[in-house]
Ligand binder design. Structure first.
Ligand SMILES: Nc1ncnc2c1ncn2[C@@H]1O[C@H](COP(=O)(O)OP(=O)(O)OP(=O)(O)O)[C@@H](O)[C@H]1O
Length: 263
């Protein structure tokens, strides 16, 4: 699905304390059904940007969904449109996974009168974790907790899904499953997904577009093969890297070393 109203941002500025962490950042159009990956070195401002889009960090500038200025919406209207998965997933004390997802659903009334428990179950099934429904959050592994957090972010069927490193605690198989689930959800429901990823391979494999951030600005944005280039990786990460296409047509990054001038 590629029609529908796109998300874009202009002139974003986020000040945290005395620091301007994001300074005049523009984001290209992100269309329904597409996954946009935010990549960049530690401290580039990826989490801050995603928190700003989730209205969890004070932000100046404009964020449009079609003609709708998201930063001007009421908190409730904004919350109905977006689902956010934080980088640090809380243990969630004694709640079960099902209870946590139902709680996330009830936190923002959306006028849907269907049974919240059924909706929460459907979300867990969608992500392949229905078997965890009655497990307590504080007894899950880090990766299982990350999956539960993803279910909380997507259960209301938001138009924009904001995911901060959804794969960081996952083993390679689970990383694949999560990104596959996110992509399927995004494609089928016409959601706009903005996903912080550290793993360049994952971003090349799963993103429709990539925004490479550095020092609070977008160094490059566009199609993965146009953004993830040896030059850009050298500039952003200080690595000496090759990008090669394998026999299956997929792009891979090979980091051969660190550039002497880095740091
Ligand atoms: N509350 C704060 N006050 C001041 N500076 C902050 C605050 N929170 C974050 N920063 C700074 O903002 C910058 C961007 O941080 P952010 O967490 O957004 O980067 P990131 O790209 O997500 O990094 P990482 O890949 O390490 O998670 C960092 O230099 C960080 O030190």
């Amino acid at each position: 699905m590629s029609g529908g109203e796109a998300l874009r941002a202009e002139g974003l500025r986020v000040r945290l304390g005395r620091r301007m962490v994001i300074d005049g950042l523009d984001l290209p159009e992100m269309r329904p059904g597409e996954v946009t990956a935010l990549i960049g070195p530690n401290g580039a401002g990826k989490s801050t940007l995603i928190r700003a889009l989730a209205r969890l960090a004070p932000c100046e500038g404009r964020v449009f969904l079609g003609d709708l200025d998201l930063l001007q919406q009421s908190a409730a209207a904004h919350a109905r449109l977006t689902g956010y998965m934080p980088q640090a997933v809380q243990s969630g004390a004694a709640l079960t996974v099902l209870e946590a997802v139902v709680t996330a659903l009830r936190a923002v009334p959306d006028g849907d009168r269907s049974d919240p428990v059924m909706r929460a179950h459907a979300a867990l099934e969608r992500l392949g974790i229905a078997g965890l429904a009655q497990s307590r959050l504080d007894r899950l592994s880090g990766g299982q907790r990350q999956m539960a957090s993803l279910a909380q972010a997507m259960v209301r069927g938001p138009r924009i899904l904001l995911l901060d490193e959804p794969t960081s605690a996952l083993d390679p198989g689970r990383q694949f499953e999560v990104m596959q689930a996110v992509q399927a959800l995004v494609r089928e429901s016409g959601i706009i997904a903005v996903v912080v990823l550290h793993d360049l391979e994952l971003s090349l494999r799963w993103a429709d577009r990539i925004v490479l951030m550095q020092a609070g600005a977008a160094l490059a944005s566009g199609a993965p093969e146009d953004v993830v280039t040896p030059e850009a990786l050298g500039q952003a990460y200080g690595i000496d890297a090759r990008i090669e296409r394998c026999s299956r047509g997929l792009l891979h990054v090979h980091a051969d070393g660190v550039l002497a001038r880095h740091g």
